[in-house]
Design a protein around this ligand. Sequence first.
Ligand code: K1U
Ligand code: ZN
Length: 172
Amino acid sequence: MKRPILIHPDPRLKKTCAPVPDITDELRALADDMLETMYAAPGIGLAAPQVGVLDRLIVLDCEKDEAAEPKPIAMFNPEVIASSDDLNTYEEGCLSIPDQYADVTRPKEVTVRWLDRDGTLQERDFGGLWATCVQHEIDHLNGKLFIDYLKPLKRQMITRKMQKLKRERARA
Ligand code: K1U
Ligand code: ZN
């Protein structure tokens, strides 16, 4: 089931999410809903707070080749356990901040540890767009948006645009 995506500003997007104590069928169903919502948007990642659930769960699929098999990953309680000193700048977007893009600089490579949908501990190195996206999604779990990396004036400008968009959507 596709779920509505919250649009910034929303207090739920600023909260720190709670670790998941164990992986229940309800959480597996939420991960499936989030993947469906992400693919439909379309997007390459989604975090639970973006659908109003304050649990530490993210999904992502950064496979760029449309002819390739999809590569969905659901991560419960994801943690960056190592980051490269090398940095990479990418023009990021966010499904909670539609049609706004800005350069964000982050570690180029990261090692992430998480629980998969069976409750098995996984650890993997990510580079390229996967590294950018997984860091963006983990930021969501800590109440941080990509616009928080921007200068205050640019962030304010984007926030005002989103307030206007929300007013227009409420009237439609
Ligand atoms: O978390 C989100 O809001 C999803 C976001 C993830 C993301 C994008 C770019 C850099 C870092 C993280 C998106 O998916 S925005 C949409 C997007 O980037 C995209 C959509 C369709 C095809 C390819 C990319
Ligand atoms: Zn986002």
